[in-house]
Design a protein around this ligand. Structure first.
Ligand code: FES
Length: 357
């Protein structure tokens, strides 16, 4: 119902009296100074609650009901906190099994806050004052006298400094000002050398042996059992090396053996040796080392933000914030049965950077 459809006697006093309050319907006129005419405000439409006391009562009851439900949710929060054992789990579709206490606390607290907010919004939209106000903008341009004074002061200052006459001073001053920023540019060198292709390459190269990080011994294919998780580094990288931390942060590997029939990704199978696969240990989210392996599902889990990767399916992300799969290292065995790399990773390891877009 619009205010046009409402009987005159039901309208609020100021409108029924024909007052054109707050500029509703008033339009401006374009002139030379203001080329765009003020379109004015559209006619004010009264809400049903402004003209029908029963509707206003209904809104009042709705708002009050939300606040009462919020109170009940708060009581539910307190009761849940006291009554639900912290180790009880429940099944909630479609999330699955979750901790009952956390679920109840989250639900009741969320409901209590939501209902307070929803009640306040409904109150404001239906019952609080519906007055529309227009705040006129003031021109921000300076008055002509102020502009003239600024220009006069500027010219006076230029004249007093004799900048036009003392050309030597003027030119050397401009030179000094132009050169000065160069010192800031030089300081940029302190940020270190440019990374070049360092971020794209690791110590892995064709023929480099995979060394067990725990025993410091080269790994044989026969050392890797189904279901085990082994961490490896490139042969020749020792802990006392100056660049050890930098290099291991890119080259660390996870080695697992999966039944070849269980490997779903064709390229993964080709890059493995008899089901032994080597993946970067560095999470592709923000670079934490991955350390948890679930042998039944072949999932690995990053402890930092719970990104989960499926090692039987190209290490694709199946949960969490990581943006892409873990890079795989192509491996084989040499004549003596030791596992070796067949090249470097074919993509940057770790978190995304600009080349990946
Ligand atoms: S660093 Fe692995 S999930 Fe964030």
């Amino acid at each position: 119902m619009s205010s046009q459809d409402i009987p005159e006697e039901n309208l609020p006093a100021e409108q029924s009296a024909g007052h054109n309050d707050h500029g509703h319907g008033a339009v401006g006129v374009a002139d030379e100074k203001n080329p765009f005419a003020d379109p004015g405000l559209p006619p004010h439409e009264h809400r049903i609650q402004d003209i029908d006391e029963r509707a206003a009562r209904r809104s009042e009851r709705t708002v009050a009901m939300m606040f009462v439900l919020s109170m009940l949710a708060t009581v539910g929060f307190i009761v849940s906190y006291v009554a639900i054992p912290h180790d009880r789990t429940i099944y909630v579709f479609p999330i699955g099994h979750i901790n009952a206490l956390n679920f109840a606390l989250g639900l009741t607290l969320g409901a209590a806050l939501f209902l307070i907010g929803a009640g306040a919004v409904h109150w404001a939209r239906t019952l609080m004052s519906d007055e529309e106000l227009a705040d006129e903008r003031h021109p921000i341009e300076a008055e002509p006298e102020v502009k003239a004074k600024v220009m006069a002061d500027f010219k006076q200052g230029a004249k007093e400094s004799a900048l036009g006459r003392r050309k030597l001073i003027r030119n050397t001053m401009f030179g000094a000002l132009a050169l000065f920023p160069l010192s800031g540019v030089m300081l940029l060198r302190d940020l270190g050398p440019l990374p070049g292709t360092k971020l794209r390459h690791t110590l892995w190269s064709k023929g480099k042996l995979l060394v067990n990080m725990n025993t410091n011994e080269p790994l044989r294919a026969s050392d890797v059992a189904v279901g085990s998780l082994t961490f490896a580094k490139p042969e020749g990288l020792e802990e006392h090396d100056h660049e050890f931390q930098t290099e291991i942060a890119k080259a660390a590997l996870m080695i697992v053996r999966i039944q070849p029939d269980d490997i779903k990704d064709k390229r993964e199978l080709e890059w493995s040796h008899e089901g032994i696969v080597a993946y970067s240990k560095i999470c592709t989210h923000v670079g934490c080392p991955i350390s948890l392996y679930e042998q039944q599902t072949h999932h690995v889990l990053c402890p930092c933000h719970q990104s989960t990767f499926d090692l039987s399916d190209g290490a694709r992300v199946i949960f969490g914030p990581a943006g892409h799969a873990l890079p795989q290292l192509r491996i084989g065995v040499n004549d003596e049965g030791y596992l070796e790399a067949l090249g470097d990773f074919d993509e940057p390891v770790g978190p995304a950077f600009w080349e990946r877009g």
